[in-house]
Ligand binder design. Structure first.
Ligand SMILES: NC(=O)c1ccc[n+]([C@@H]2O[C@H](COP(=O)([O-])OP(=O)(O)OC[C@H]3O[C@@H](n4cnc5c(N)ncnc54)[C@H](O)[C@@H]3O)[C@@H](O)[C@H]2O)c1
Ligand SMILES: [Zn+2]
Length: 363
């Protein structure tokens, strides 16, 4: 079996037992060694970009190539996937294997949770976001009727093979999307952890070893929260830092902003809103801003229209009947959940922020 490139494996405890994420030098070899009884769901771009690595897997009889778009992970598309798997004779005791980013992962995880009342699945993540964040944590998130991530399950994989060489072909904006989630989990770990990754920011895209270390740390920080609260009832909710705002930015811009970059802007807006509403401090907003601004490069002039943004924010899963459930920094810079009135003061803060584009709002 291919050797791991020197990063410790990570074992995550879940209600369905432990599962292991291993760093491998050749995910193709891992896949080739475990093809019996599996059905592969593979991101089409990854298949095209890594034909040699994936040659054995792609020659297997049950392979479905998927174009990784938000539409592809909608409930409306599921019948086509189920039809394909049935035509390949899928049955209990078999597995699904996903090779791709968060989109292919969400499809495979959701199908594995529901098909035949549940079969096992495994994952070879190919984006930085999937490697550093979504691969662990058990969640599937599926779109329906135009609502993003509105359906889902908690279904841990049986195994994860992380092969960092997939990153060689990832677009730069998708690298920064993954870095956005890494910045997020470091901020949640605490201001000290955020400062560590912020100082190293410039080296992340250029130095694979530095990126790998921060990626491994990101998983370790997320693992603590996932193990404390696998089903997202309490402590894990902080993982949504930047996400209520980020999802609203994605929705209001028709998904032109990649997820982790929308989350990066969402964290800045969360820091700003906390300061404006007197829940957090302007100093925290200023401290995080340089690293966040470096990470949303290329999206400085993307306009986020206020009304669609506020409409999407009002539909967030974390809201209560009367309040917005927002994850914001408190006065000590630590990230926690607040219930915030969706009132004129809040809307004025959002309007002020969005009107400035990505320019600094609190001097
Ligand atoms: N279930 C979860 O826990 C969870 C967590 C975070 C995000 N998500 C979801 O994940 C999705 C975003 O996933 P993502 O950012 O990983 O990317 P993605 O799956 O959307 O892929 C982004 C782009 O990169 C391409 N790609 C993937 N791997 C590549 C590679 N190695 N080389 C070249 N191109 C490659 C894809 O074809 C696509 O064009 C969103 O739908 C988000 O909601 C789910
Ligand atoms: Zn996310």
């Amino acid at each position: 079996m291919a050797a791991s490139p020197g990063l410790e494996p990570l074992v995550v405890s879940s209600r369905q037992g432990p599962y292991e994420l291993r760093f491998v030098a050749d995910a193709g070899a891992e896949l080739a060694a475990s093809l019996a009884g599996t059905h592969l769901l593979v991101d089409r771009r990854v298949a095209q970009a890594h034909p040699k690595k994936l040659a054995v897997a792609l020659a297997y009889p049950s392979v479905l190539l998927i174009d990784a778009t938000e539409d592809a992970k909608s409930l409306e598309r599921m019948p086509a996937y189920v039809g394909h798997l049935l035509s390949k004779g899928v049955r209990r005791g078999q597995t699904l294997t996903a090779v791709g980013g968060g989109i292919v992962q969400d499809i495979a995880c959701f199908l594995a949770a529901t098909l035949l009342r549940g079969i096992d699945w495994r994952f070879a993540p190919t984006t930085l976001l999937a490697m550093s964040d979504s691969a662990i944590g058990s969640k599937s998130s599926i779109n329906c009727g135009g609502a993003k991530n509105i359906l889902g399950t908690f279904t841990p994989p049986k195994a994860i093979w992380t092969d960092l060489s997939f990153l060689d072909t990832l677009d730069e904006k998708d690298v920064r999307s993954g870095i956005g989630e890494m910045l997020k989990v470091h901020a949640i770990e605490g201001p000290e952890a955020f400062d560590r990754i912020a100082v190293a920011y410039a080296s992340l895209a250029a130095d694979r070893a530095a990126l790998a270390r921060f990626l491994r740390d990101s998983l370790e920080y997320k693992k603590k929260l996932v193990e404390a609260d696998e089903f997202d009832r309490g402590p894990r909710l902080v993982m949504n830092y930047g996400h209520s705002f980020g999802h609203a930015i994605e929705a209001a811009t028709a998904f032109v902003v990649p997820h982790g970059i929308a989350v990066t802007i969402g964290m800045d807006l969360a820091n700003f809103a906390a300061a404006r509403l007197g829940l957090g401090r302007a100093e925290h907003y200023r401290r995080m801003r340089p690293a966040l601004a470096a990470n949303w490069r290329g999206f400085e002039s993307t306009c986020v229209p206020l009304e669609p943004f506020l409409a999407a924010l009002g539909k967030d899963k974390k809201n209560t009947a009367t309040k917005l459930g927002l994850i914001l920094p408190g006065p000590d810079g630590r990230i926690r959940r607040f219930e915030v009135a969706n009132d004129d003061a809040f809307r004025a803060a959002c309007a002020e922020y969005l009107a400035k584009g990505r320019r600094e709002v609190l001097a």
